[in-house]
Design a protein around this ligand. Structure first.
Ligand code: PLP
Length: 382
């Protein structure tokens, strides 16, 4: 198999699996219990919190809340921050967010909030002037993703955050796709809230984390026991937390590989395909992208048909976000960038990881031109 769908999910790193295994069997104590056996589960949670805090340069472990996924981190950040600011009811986000933010904005409207969805240009970038003009006295929170899952485009994050803070508005970022791909320093970026997800950085599915800057007022999303310092009720997922900690430690080491070798592989794949396949082009800003992602439109074909044909060769990629695949609607991200429906339908996302090799890239470059040629012959528009 040639796996190039790492923005959908990643394989669990061997080191991560190894770190997790004891917590499924011999070390199964509930970390909330008092006896010594249970404390064997508690100390690794403390260590993992430190690993995540170091990875984000959070300064303090108290800033890290473990959640069940990126979606929960986003929901906790947005619902939690808004609930703590009952006097303000305006929320701002962008048109290219993941559904865990964009559909939440729709839900907020139903609950009486007013929302502003910032447009993006044809490169997938928001305008900082439009952001500045959209903030009102009633704005409680702005949420802007750090890197886009479909195009890989990186937002002007520090500038956006500074504008919000100038106006006394809280700033959240969904960093699920930037974590492990570009360096993240929450203190330098000065964000108030930041979400990450384990399964995008070689930890398992079902674990995530939320960074909350010290002093940021938040109401919990899940109400129950006093876990996570009363900020997220529910017995802690010890093995998942240990896995996320290890994955963060590894990600800090592998970031160098990501921004050099993985980027070179991505660039080779992209230029190889564009050269061999006529009427193909990259979607989104070429300069402002995470190093592992390319989103390419092949004109006159359907992305879904292409994915199936590629699958016959064992090649895994995506025609949009995993969450929206199965729907025949083209990607909301590409449509927001002004890509016409017909071209958005022909878009395919390749996303690499530290496990991809030169052979993977050569194989895709060898097989894809034939796949596209056959599909175009069958297409009524070809
Ligand atoms: N945010 C972004 C940008 C994503 O790409 C994803 C997953 O695809 C999520 C949030 C949701 O993360 P999770 O799958 O852990 O809920």
């Amino acid at each position: 198999m040639t796996y190039t769908d790492n923005n959908a999910t990643t394989r669990v790193a061997d080191e991560v699996l190894e770190a997790m295994l004891p917590f499924f069997s011999e070390k199964y104590g509930n970390p909330a219990s008092m006896y010594l056996f249970a404390q064997e589960s508690k100390h690794p949670i403390d260590a993992a919190r430190k690993q995540v805090a170091d990875f984000l340069n959070a300064g303090s472990t108290e800033a890290i809340i473990f959640t069940s996924c990126g979606t929960e981190s986003n929901n906790t950040a947005i619902f939690g921050a808004l609930a703590a600011l009952p006097g303000k009811n305006h929320f701002i986000t962008t048109a290219v967010e993941h559904p865990s933010v964009l559909n939440l904005a729709k839900e907020l409207e139903k609950r009486g909030y007013s929302t502003t969805i910032l447009p993006v240009d044809n490169k997938g970038l928001i305008s900082l002037d439009v952001l500045r003009d959209s903030i009102t006295e009633n704005t409680a929170l702005v949420s802007i993703m750090w890197a886009n899952n479909e195009t890989g485009v990186i937002s002007p994050l520090e500038e956006a955050c500074a504008i919000c803070h100038e106006k006394g508005v809280l700033f959240h970022t969904d960093a699920v796709q930037s974590a492990g791909k570009i360096p993240i320093d929450v203190q330098k970026a000065d964000v108030d809230l930041l979400s990450i997800s384990g399964h995008k950085i070689h930890a398992p599915k079902g674990i995530g984390a939320l960074y909350v800057k010290s002093g940021t007022r938040m109401k919990p999303l899940l109400i129950g026991g006093h876990h996570e310092n009363g900020r997220r009720a529910g017995t802690q997922n010890v093995q998942g937390i240990v896995g996320l900690g290890k994955a963060c430690e590894l990600a800090s080491i592998f970031i160098e590989d990501e921004v050099t070798r993985v980027k070179e592989l991505r660039d080779k794949l992209e230029s190889g395909l564009l050269k061999r396949i006529p009427k193909s082009h990259v979607n989104g800003s070429i300069e402002n992208r995470i190093p592992n992602t390319t989103n390419i439109t092949f004109e006159f074909i359907e992305g879904e048909a292409m994915l199936l044909s590629m699958s016959d060769f064992g090649i895994c990629a995506s025609s949009g976000s995993a969450c929206t695949s199965g729907s025949l609607e083209p990607s909301h991200v590409l449509l927001a960038m002004g890509v016409p429906h017909s071209l958005a339908h022909g878009a395919v996302r390749f996303s690499l990881s530290r496990y991809n090799t030169e052979e993977d890239i050569d194989y895709i470059i060898e097989k894809l031109p034939g796949v596209i040629e056959r599909l175009r012959e069958m297409s009524p528009f070809g």
